[in-house]
Design a protein around this ligand. Structure first.
Ligand SMILES: NC(=O)c1ccc[n+]([C@@H]2O[C@H](COP(=O)([O-])OP(=O)(O)OC[C@H]3O[C@@H](n4cnc5c(N)ncnc54)[C@H](O)[C@@H]3O)[C@@H](O)[C@H]2O)c1
Length: 325
């Protein structure tokens, strides 16, 4: 059966909302019916994408009755806007983090179940070809038993003062991805945060996550003068290092030998590791995310971020905030 074209609208057309608009307009399975933003200057964008413009998103939902929406407003408004859409039975892709509080997240998850709609959270790295490849290699045992996952998400100074701190805004991606790669949630999370250039929120944080037999570490900031986005996995049999920006992935396989030291003791000798550059076919993660969202609405069996995982990432990020405070 041919997939149904989904009538989709975007709420919030700032930095990220523009990318949702651009991608939907290029997807044959999407019919971009409208855009709502309180900033009337975004009418220009609606004209560019030949779609209807509204400054009141509720009016847009009632008038256009879209099948689905992307909600790309600042985080403090996520719960309010998503509730309005879910209560109208509209499928929702809500940008990360899911909400400002765990209670809000639980309410949204409940609403989505009640109204039997597709509800997902924009943890975009799940759709990165790099992460898909890394996860399959870890699951196949290529690095053996994982002992640590270290993520770096630094640089990229925001053009406007952030409305949330760097843990809630940036590190939440890595907190989620580390648990996704390890297939479990941490027992404890600790952090250190500092504020250098921003007036209210911390703009630099280091986070340590304790998974019992493994650990996760995240460095996230808006301070480092160069934008770096990496993930590195160390295991008993090897090491993987990936770069989100270039989608480059390197794999080092242990070259270990057990040798006798002459006194009947066995010692481990480490040789030069085997290095392989793993090819990852580049695809814009947001395009994959939006296509997966539409495919799920059309009843296809695709991987979509479970809102419960978004809720866990928020819960942990809030705990990390408490830790530095
Ligand atoms: N997944 C990612 O990689 C990623 C990247 C950047 C931002 N985000 C998320 O996207 C969201 C938006 O971030 P941004 O950087 O685009 O912010 P932004 O401030 O650039 O844009 C937000 C837009 O929402 C509009 N808006 C605010 N309240 C509204 C309302 N009630 N109704 C309609 N429009 C409203 C604003 O006018 C603005 O145009 C945040 O939740 C952020 O965490 C995700």
């Amino acid at each position: 059966m041919a997939a149904k074209k989904i009538r989709v609208a975007v709420i919030g057309a700032g930095n990220m909302g523009r990318n949702h608009l651009r991608n939907y307009s290029a997807l044959p399975e999407a019919d971009l019916v409208g855009l709502a933003d309180i900033n009337s200057a975004t009418k220009e964008l609606a004209d560019e994408y030949k779609t209807k413009h509204f400054t009141d998103y509720k009016k847009m939902l009632d008038k256009l009755k879209p099948d689905a929406v992307s909600i790309v407003v600042p985080t403090p408004f996520h719960a309010e806007v998503a509730s309005e859409a879910l209560e109208r039975g509209i499928h929702c892709l809500l940008e990360k983090p899911i909400a400002s509080t765990v209670q809000e997240a639980d309410k949204l998850i409940k609403l989505a179940k009640q109204h039997k709609v597709v509800f997902t959270v924009g943890h975009i790295e799940h759709y990165s070809p790099l992460i898909k490849k890394l996860k399959s290699m870890v699951d196949e045992g290529k690095v053996g038993k994982v002992t640590s996952v270290v993520c770096k998400r630094v640089g990229g100074f925001p053009t406007v003062e952030p409305k949330t701190d760097v843990i809630i805004d940036l590190a939440v991606h890595d907190i989620d991805i580390i648990s996704h790669l390890l297939n479990k949630q941490p027992k404890k999370i600790y952090s250190h945060g500092s504020r250098t250039h921003h007036s209210k929120e911390i703009d630099s944080a280091e986070i340590l996550m304790d998974y019992g037999d493994a650990s996760g570490f995240v460095q996230a900031n808006w301070l480092t003068p160069v934008k770096i986005r990496t993930v590195a996995i160390t295991g008993s049999q090897g090491y993987l290092e990936g770069n989100y920006i270039t989608q480059e992935l390197e794999y080092y396989k242990h070259n270990m030998e057990k040798i006798e030291d002459g006194f009947s003791n066995f010692v481990i000798k480490m040789g030069e590791p085997e290095k392989q550059v793993i090819k990852v076919d580049f695809e814009e993660p947001l395009a994959v995310e939006l296509r997966s969202f539409l495919a799920k609405i059309n009843g296809q069996d695709v991987h979509l971020v479970d809102p419960q995982a978004g809720r866990e990432a928020l819960r942990l990020a809030l705990e990390a905030v408490e830790s530095y405070k």
